[in-house]
Design a protein around this ligand. Structure first.
Ligand SMILES: C[S@@+](CC[C@H](N)C(=O)[O-])C[C@H]1O[C@@H](n2cnc3c(N)ncnc32)[C@H](O)[C@@H]1O
Length: 366
């Protein structure tokens, strides 16, 4: 997407690296040839990069949960600045009012901070700036209502100041400043934490594709104890859940669910079955798990999609993670399955979530 001509060519970027990769941080930033590094908020790095292609199109991209070219920054300590919100909002309107952005979204640089000061500052700044921008940007009410392919003004505010830039949500890798929507675990009685992981994956997928159709049939490999299954059923989807271990008994006899107790390697769908989605969260050898997914894509409708957790047992560095991903992508290509995206979600541990589609026109692009 062409950026508005009025914006200067950015020299600095804000990138976010998940805490899981804290030990790899230096290697990831070296790989991006990042200069002038400064840590900001939680997991953000303010870096100088000559070649933006390294951020969005290299093997290091999947380690970056979110990224933004910085078109405007105000390094300061907001509580010490009198009239911070008014001054910041006026500057945003002056600089970006004519940039033709679809909306502006402001978030805290430290999203998990217990004190609400920067969350309210972010919301006050957005409120005031919206009043100063052209009426047209008020049409987008929720971050998820954004067109993933139109530029947005993203702003982050924290103890280190204000950092803003214009980029499409898809290029930034999330609809929210910093990444995906924060999805809470459904409480202590949740069947497993994976429920929030699949909810986040479906939210992320909206950057690229329309949501799976209502009542879509999901084939789920590695479903036990059933956190993801419960989430899918709750959304009205049908699920065939395969695992060597049983599902939590709260799921027994749930409408829309077929439970297959057995090995994914020997599972054969009934004749004539078609799935709209395949979800795989199996642990163990990643290539072994993926080969089962590929075998079963025969039963996926054209345009159907695969959500695959790329688990990395035994992988301890960036090069090995890259090699494993490359192997999975080779396997997919050889089977006619196209990659859509690869990312690290809030609920991913040392693993990535990969999205693929069976080439065809079944499910529409966004
Ligand atoms: C991380 S757990 C899945 C958690 C699950 N997605 C949830 O929402 O609760 C991984 C599961 O993969 C299953 N698994 C691993 N290899 C398998 C195979 N070859 N066939 C069937 N299940 C397998 C394990 O039994 C285990 O229950």
């Amino acid at each position: 997407m062409e950026m508005p001509a009025s914006l200067p060519h950015p020299t600095h970027w804000l990138v976010r690296i998940s805490e899981v990769f804290a030990e790899e941080e230096k290697g990831i930033l070296d790989g991006l040839s990042a200069g002038g590094r400064k840590k900001l908020g939680r997991g953000f790095h303010w870096i100088r990069v000559e070649d933006p292609a390294a951020i969005r199109g290299s093997g290091f991209s999947k380690f970056l949960r979110w990224n933004l070219p910085v078109h405007h920054s105000w390094p300061c300590h907001p509580p010490d600045v009198e009239g911070f919100v008014e001054k910041a909002a006026q500057a945003l309107a002056r600089k970006f009012g004519g940039a033709g952005v679809q909306t502006l979204i402001v978030g805290p640089l430290d999203p998990g901070a217990p004190q609400r000061y920067y969350k309210s500052l972010a919301s006050n700044l957005r409120g005031r700036a919206l009043q100063l921008f052209p009426e047209s940007i008020r049409v987008v009410r929720d971050a998820e209502d954004q067109d993933p392919d139109r530029p947005t003004l993203f702003c982050l505010v924290g103890a280190e100041g204000l950092y803003c830039g214009v980029q499409t949500p898809r290029e930034s890798n999330g609809f929210f400043p910093g990444g995906t929507k924060f999805i809470k675990q459904s409480g202590p009685d949740a069947i497993s934490r994976a429920g929030a992981k699949v909810a986040e994956a479906i939210h992320y997928l909206a950057l690229y594709r329309q949501a799976p159709p209502a009542a879509a049939h999901w084939l789920e490999l590695g479903a036990s104890p059933g956190g993801m299954t419960a989430e899918l059923l709750q959304r009205g989807y049908r699920v065939t859940a395969v695992d060597r271990a049983p599902l939590d008994k709260r799921l027994h006899r749930q409408p829309g669910l077929v439970e297959i107790l057995g090995d994914a390697g020997t599972f054969q769908p009934p004749v004539g079955t078609k799935y709209e989605m395949i979800l795989c969260d199996m642990n163990g050898d990643a290539c072994g798990a993926f080969s089962q997914v590929l075998r079963l894509t025969e039963y996926l409708v054209e345009g159907g999609m695969v959500i695959f957790t790329l688990k990395m047992p035994g992988v301890g560095n960036i090069a090995e993670a890259d090699e494993l991903e490359a192997e999975v992508l080779r396997m997919a290509k050889a089977s006619g399955i196209a990659p859509i995206a690869a990312t690290h979600l809030t609920y991913n541990r040392y693993e990535f979530t990969l999205f693929f589609e069976k080439i065809g026109s079944g499910l529409k692009k966004v």
